[in-house]
Design a protein around this ligand. Structure first.
Ligand code: SF4
Ligand code: SF4
Ligand code: SF4
Length: 258
């Protein structure tokens, strides 16, 4: 019988939406899973072997505890390929919103007694381990997932979308919500992959795929200011999905309160 590839799916700080997406909503998931033996995936099965070994480890969620980072490093050692899936794992995602206030203040907003907590600043997976690609989106995009996993299985380099959402948007012949309707669209600085989903429904992109390569966030931030948006709005725009990443942080820093 043909050898199956061994898969591990690990979850850290996040909403679990990407794993849910992986299991329930992918059109091509059966084709992909036919070639895989699931060794670790707590959402899908009860019998899991954390020690692997894994051909592919998919990592969901950002790192917010030292224990998570320790396990992640063990998973890296036990894996041939390791891929962060979704905005939280790739860019810090929504959990990184908390990085702009002190850790103690965040803890005290949620818990009365914080003595048992040992959380830390939110960091993406590639701050701790080498990764073999990125599967972006919130939740992650199916085309990216299928392209990456099948490429690795076939020993070829994945062909990712290396351009901003605006390109997809123009290909769909959408009216530009930034130019026509004065909406603060993040499409010019956000990586493609979603098919310009939000502008296709008349809404501004809010950057969930994370920064595109060479994104000029300060230029877009200053454009938002010229359009009449206030400092707080602009700051939030650049910090809601990928604030640990330098490209978006450069846009946010211009409007951060000190
Ligand atoms: S990337 Fe989005 S959908 Fe995926 S785990 Fe994070 S918050 Fe949830
Ligand atoms: S609507 Fe947004 S994504 Fe589309 S072209 Fe305009 S700025 Fe770019
Ligand atoms: S248009 Fe922007 S916010 Fe909407 S799904 Fe695509 S990347 Fe995410």
């Amino acid at each position: 019988m043909k050898k199956k590839f061994r898969l591990g799916v690990f979850k850290y700080s996040c909403c679990a939406g990407c794993e849910f997406q992986l299991i329930y909503f992918q059109n091509h998931i059966q084709e992909v899973f036919e070639h895989l033996e699931v060794v670790y995936c707590k959402m899908a099965q009860g019998d899991n072997r954390e020690e692997g070994p894994f051909d592919i480890a998919l990592i969901e969620g950002a790192i917010t505890q030292a224990e998570q980072a320790d396990q992640l490093k063990r998973v890296r050692k036990a894996s041939r390929w390791l891929l962060p899936i979704g905005s939280c794992a790739v860019n810090g995602g929504v959990p990184a919103i908390k990085n702009h206030i002190t850790e103690l203040e965040v803890q005290e907003r949620v818990y009365e007694d914080v003595s048992h907590l040992h959380s830390m600043r939110t960091q993406p997976v590639d701050d701790f381990v080498r990764v073999d690609g990125y599967i972006k989106g919130c939740p992650m995009g199916e085309p990216d997932l299928v392209e990456t996993v099948l490429s690795l299985l076939m020993d070829k380099r994945p062909n990712h979308f290396n351009y901003p959402v605006c390109v997809e948007c123009k290909l769909r012949q959408n009216p530009c919500v930034l130019v026509s309707w004065n909406q603060p669209c993040m499409g010019p600085v956000t990586n493609a992959g979603c098919g310009a989903l939000c502008p296709s429904y008349g809404r501004a992109c809010y950057g969930c795929w994370g920064p595109a390569k060479d994104a000029n966030a300060p230029a877009l931030a200053r454009q938002f200011e010229r359009m009449g948006f206030g400092s707080q709005d602009i700051f939030c725009r650049f910090t809601q999905y990928a604030s640990p990443k330098a490209e978006f942080r450069r846009g946010a820093e211009l409007y951060e309160k000190h």
